[in-house]
Design a binder for this molecule. Structure first.
Ligand SMILES: *[C@@H]1O[C@H](CO)[C@@H](O)[C@H](O)[C@H]1NC(C)=O
Ligand SMILES: *[C@@H]1O[C@H](CO)[C@@H](O)[C@H](O)[C@H]1NC(C)=O
Length: 205
Protein backbone atom coordinates (compact mmCIF):
# COMPACT_ATOMS: atom_id res chain seq x y z
CA UNK A 1 0.00 0.00 0.00
CA UNK A 2 2.73 2.42 1.06
CA UNK A 3 4.81 1.57 -1.99
CA UNK A 4 1.80 2.10 -4.28
CA UNK A 5 1.29 5.53 -2.74
CA UNK A 6 5.00 6.31 -3.16
CA UNK A 7 4.81 5.25 -6.79
CA UNK A 8 1.78 7.48 -7.40
CA UNK A 9 3.50 10.40 -5.66
CA UNK A 10 6.60 9.88 -7.82
CA UNK A 11 4.46 9.69 -10.95
CA UNK A 12 2.65 12.91 -10.06
CA UNK A 13 5.86 14.79 -9.20
CA UNK A 14 7.69 13.67 -12.36
CA UNK A 15 4.66 14.70 -14.42
CA UNK A 16 4.76 18.12 -12.71
CA UNK A 17 8.47 18.48 -13.59
CA UNK A 18 7.79 17.61 -17.23
CA UNK A 19 4.93 20.13 -17.28
CA UNK A 20 7.22 22.85 -15.91
CA UNK A 21 9.98 22.13 -18.44
CA UNK A 22 7.64 22.27 -21.44
CA UNK A 23 6.66 25.29 -23.48
CA UNK A 24 3.17 25.14 -24.97
CA UNK A 25 2.09 21.50 -25.35
CA UNK A 26 2.72 19.97 -28.76
CA UNK A 27 -0.37 19.20 -30.80
CA UNK A 28 -0.78 16.06 -32.91
CA UNK A 29 -2.66 17.68 -35.79
CA UNK A 30 -1.59 20.42 -38.20
CA UNK A 31 -3.71 22.94 -36.37
CA UNK A 32 -6.63 23.12 -33.95
CA UNK A 33 -10.07 23.88 -35.35
CA UNK A 34 -12.58 25.89 -33.30
CA UNK A 35 -14.67 22.69 -32.94
CA UNK A 36 -13.41 19.20 -33.91
CA UNK A 37 -14.89 18.91 -37.43
CA UNK A 38 -15.39 22.60 -38.24
CA UNK A 39 -14.62 23.65 -41.80
CA UNK A 40 -12.07 26.46 -41.82
CA UNK A 41 -10.59 28.58 -44.59
CA UNK A 42 -7.76 31.11 -44.80
CA UNK A 43 -9.79 33.63 -42.81
CA UNK A 44 -9.38 31.40 -39.75
CA UNK A 45 -5.60 31.92 -40.02
CA UNK A 46 -5.88 35.69 -40.54
CA UNK A 47 -6.00 38.25 -37.72
CA UNK A 48 -7.24 41.71 -38.63
CA UNK A 49 -7.38 43.13 -35.10
CA UNK A 50 -4.25 45.23 -35.67
CA UNK A 51 -5.73 47.20 -38.58
CA UNK A 52 -6.86 49.81 -36.07
CA UNK A 53 -3.18 50.77 -35.76
CA UNK A 54 -3.00 51.91 -39.38
CA UNK A 55 -3.92 55.57 -39.51
CA UNK A 56 -5.57 55.39 -36.09
CA UNK A 57 -5.32 58.25 -33.60
CA UNK A 58 -2.37 57.71 -31.21
CA UNK A 59 -3.48 56.68 -27.72
CA UNK A 60 -3.12 59.02 -24.72
CA UNK A 61 -2.25 56.22 -22.27
CA UNK A 62 0.03 53.20 -22.51
CA UNK A 63 -1.83 50.71 -24.73
CA UNK A 64 -1.28 47.03 -25.53
CA UNK A 65 -2.93 45.33 -28.49
CA UNK A 66 -2.63 41.55 -28.29
CA UNK A 67 -2.79 38.77 -30.80
CA UNK A 68 -2.77 35.73 -28.52
CA UNK A 69 -4.88 32.59 -28.57
CA UNK A 70 -7.68 34.51 -26.83
CA UNK A 71 -8.02 37.04 -29.67
CA UNK A 72 -6.81 34.76 -32.47
CA UNK A 73 -7.90 31.13 -31.86
CA UNK A 74 -5.83 29.70 -34.75
CA UNK A 75 -2.74 30.27 -32.55
CA UNK A 76 -3.87 27.44 -30.26
CA UNK A 77 -1.06 24.87 -30.29
CA UNK A 78 1.32 27.00 -32.42
CA UNK A 79 3.44 28.45 -29.58
CA UNK A 80 3.55 31.99 -31.00
CA UNK A 81 1.84 35.31 -30.28
CA UNK A 82 2.33 39.06 -30.63
CA UNK A 83 1.65 42.23 -28.71
CA UNK A 84 1.86 45.78 -30.07
CA UNK A 85 2.88 48.29 -27.40
CA UNK A 86 2.13 52.01 -27.77
CA UNK A 87 3.82 54.39 -25.34
CA UNK A 88 2.78 58.06 -25.35
CA UNK A 89 5.63 60.20 -23.97
CA UNK A 90 6.29 59.63 -20.28
CA UNK A 91 4.26 56.41 -19.98
CA UNK A 92 5.29 53.11 -18.43
CA UNK A 93 4.43 49.44 -18.76
CA UNK A 94 4.71 48.60 -15.04
CA UNK A 95 6.90 45.72 -13.79
CA UNK A 96 5.35 42.40 -14.80
CA UNK A 97 6.21 38.84 -15.82
CA UNK A 98 5.05 36.41 -18.50
CA UNK A 99 4.96 33.01 -16.79
CA UNK A 100 4.91 30.96 -19.99
CA UNK A 101 7.28 32.74 -22.39
CA UNK A 102 10.28 34.92 -23.09
CA UNK A 103 9.48 38.22 -24.83
CA UNK A 104 11.40 39.51 -27.85
CA UNK A 105 10.70 43.25 -28.13
CA UNK A 106 11.40 45.12 -31.39
CA UNK A 107 11.33 48.91 -31.08
CA UNK A 108 9.85 50.38 -34.28
CA UNK A 109 9.68 54.06 -33.35
CA UNK A 110 10.94 56.35 -30.56
CA UNK A 111 13.23 55.41 -27.69
CA UNK A 112 12.49 53.13 -24.76
CA UNK A 113 14.03 52.44 -21.35
CA UNK A 114 13.73 48.71 -20.66
CA UNK A 115 14.98 46.39 -17.96
CA UNK A 116 14.55 43.04 -16.25
CA UNK A 117 15.69 41.60 -12.93
CA UNK A 118 17.11 38.08 -12.71
CA UNK A 119 16.57 35.59 -9.87
CA UNK A 120 19.71 36.93 -8.15
CA UNK A 121 18.19 40.45 -8.15
CA UNK A 122 20.58 41.80 -10.78
CA UNK A 123 19.02 44.53 -12.92
CA UNK A 124 19.80 44.51 -16.64
CA UNK A 125 18.60 47.77 -18.16
CA UNK A 126 19.05 49.44 -21.49
CA UNK A 127 18.01 52.47 -23.53
CA UNK A 128 16.72 51.24 -26.89
CA UNK A 129 16.75 53.17 -30.15
CA UNK A 130 14.31 52.52 -32.99
CA UNK A 131 15.47 49.38 -34.80
CA UNK A 132 16.79 47.69 -31.63
CA UNK A 133 15.59 44.40 -30.17
CA UNK A 134 15.69 43.32 -26.52
CA UNK A 135 14.88 39.92 -25.03
CA UNK A 136 13.20 39.59 -21.64
CA UNK A 137 13.92 36.06 -20.39
CA UNK A 138 10.97 33.83 -19.55
CA UNK A 139 9.31 34.46 -16.20
CA UNK A 140 11.54 37.34 -15.09
CA UNK A 141 10.15 40.68 -13.85
CA UNK A 142 10.58 43.41 -16.47
CA UNK A 143 9.32 46.89 -17.44
CA UNK A 144 9.37 49.41 -20.29
CA UNK A 145 9.33 53.20 -19.96
CA UNK A 146 9.19 55.95 -22.58
CA UNK A 147 11.22 58.69 -20.88
CA UNK A 148 11.01 61.01 -23.89
CA UNK A 149 8.93 64.08 -23.00
CA UNK A 150 8.03 64.87 -26.64
CA UNK A 151 7.80 61.67 -28.66
CA UNK A 152 5.78 58.48 -28.44
CA UNK A 153 7.31 55.03 -28.84
CA UNK A 154 5.99 51.97 -30.69
CA UNK A 155 7.17 48.40 -30.14
CA UNK A 156 6.15 44.92 -31.27
CA UNK A 157 6.75 41.98 -28.95
CA UNK A 158 6.87 38.35 -30.01
CA UNK A 159 6.23 35.48 -27.58
CA UNK A 160 7.06 31.77 -27.74
CA UNK A 161 3.64 30.85 -26.41
CA UNK A 162 0.13 31.28 -27.76
CA UNK A 163 -0.81 32.37 -24.24
CA UNK A 164 2.25 33.85 -22.50
CA UNK A 165 0.16 35.22 -19.60
CA UNK A 166 0.85 38.48 -17.77
CA UNK A 167 1.35 38.93 -14.04
CA UNK A 168 1.42 42.68 -13.34
CA UNK A 169 3.26 43.23 -10.07
CA UNK A 170 1.32 46.33 -8.86
CA UNK A 171 -2.09 44.85 -9.74
CA UNK A 172 -1.24 41.38 -8.42
CA UNK A 173 -0.16 42.75 -5.06
CA UNK A 174 -2.42 45.73 -4.51
CA UNK A 175 -5.72 45.07 -6.29
CA UNK A 176 -6.43 41.49 -5.19
CA UNK A 177 -7.49 41.85 -1.54
CA UNK A 178 -4.29 40.43 -0.05
CA UNK A 179 -4.56 41.34 3.63
CA UNK A 180 -3.07 44.78 4.45
CA UNK A 181 -1.09 43.30 7.35
CA UNK A 182 0.51 40.70 5.12
CA UNK A 183 1.56 43.42 2.68
CA UNK A 184 2.70 45.84 5.42
CA UNK A 185 4.89 43.14 6.98
CA UNK A 186 6.19 42.04 3.57
CA UNK A 187 7.15 45.57 2.51
CA UNK A 188 8.34 46.51 6.01
CA UNK A 189 5.95 49.44 6.16
CA UNK A 190 2.65 50.38 7.84
CA UNK A 191 -0.93 49.57 6.88
CA UNK A 192 -1.61 53.24 5.97
CA UNK A 193 1.08 53.15 3.27
CA UNK A 194 -0.38 49.92 1.89
CA UNK A 195 -3.87 51.43 1.80
CA UNK A 196 -2.52 54.45 -0.05
CA UNK A 197 -0.94 52.18 -2.68
CA UNK A 198 -4.18 50.18 -2.97
CA UNK A 199 -6.37 53.27 -3.39
CA UNK A 200 -4.01 54.75 -6.00
CA UNK A 201 -4.31 51.62 -8.13
CA UNK A 202 -8.04 51.22 -7.53
CA UNK A 203 -8.76 54.75 -8.82
CA UNK A 204 -6.94 54.10 -12.10
CA UNK A 205 -9.04 53.51 -15.20
C1 LIG B 1 -15.78 14.10 -37.10
O1 LIG B 1 -15.64 13.43 -38.31
C2 LIG B 1 -15.26 12.06 -38.18
C3 LIG B 1 -15.00 11.49 -39.58
O2 LIG B 1 -16.01 11.86 -40.46
C4 LIG B 1 -16.36 11.31 -37.44
O3 LIG B 1 -15.99 9.97 -37.25
C5 LIG B 1 -16.56 11.97 -36.07
O4 LIG B 1 -17.65 11.37 -35.40
C6 LIG B 1 -16.81 13.44 -36.22
N1 LIG B 1 -16.78 14.07 -34.90
C7 LIG B 1 -17.69 14.98 -34.51
C8 LIG B 1 -17.49 15.53 -33.12
O5 LIG B 1 -18.60 15.37 -35.21
C1 LIG C 1 20.16 51.89 -16.11
O1 LIG C 1 19.57 52.40 -14.93
C2 LIG C 1 20.39 53.29 -14.21
C3 LIG C 1 19.66 53.62 -12.92
O2 LIG C 1 18.39 54.16 -13.16
C4 LIG C 1 20.67 54.53 -15.06
O3 LIG C 1 21.52 55.41 -14.36
C5 LIG C 1 21.34 54.09 -16.34
O4 LIG C 1 21.50 55.19 -17.20
C6 LIG C 1 20.52 53.02 -17.06
N1 LIG C 1 21.29 52.50 -18.18
C7 LIG C 1 20.84 52.52 -19.44
C8 LIG C 1 21.72 51.96 -20.45
O5 LIG C 1 19.73 52.99 -19.74
Amino acid sequence: MASTLKFIALLISSFAIIQMAMADPDIISDFIRPTPNATVDANYFTFTGMRVLIGGAPPTTFTVLKATMAEFPALFGQSVSYAVLQFPSGTVNPPHTHPRSAELLFLIDGTLEVGFVDTKNNLFNQTLQAGDMFVFPKGLVHYQYNADSQNSALAISAFGSASAGTVSIPATLFTTNIDDNVLALSFKTDVGTIEKLKSGLASQP
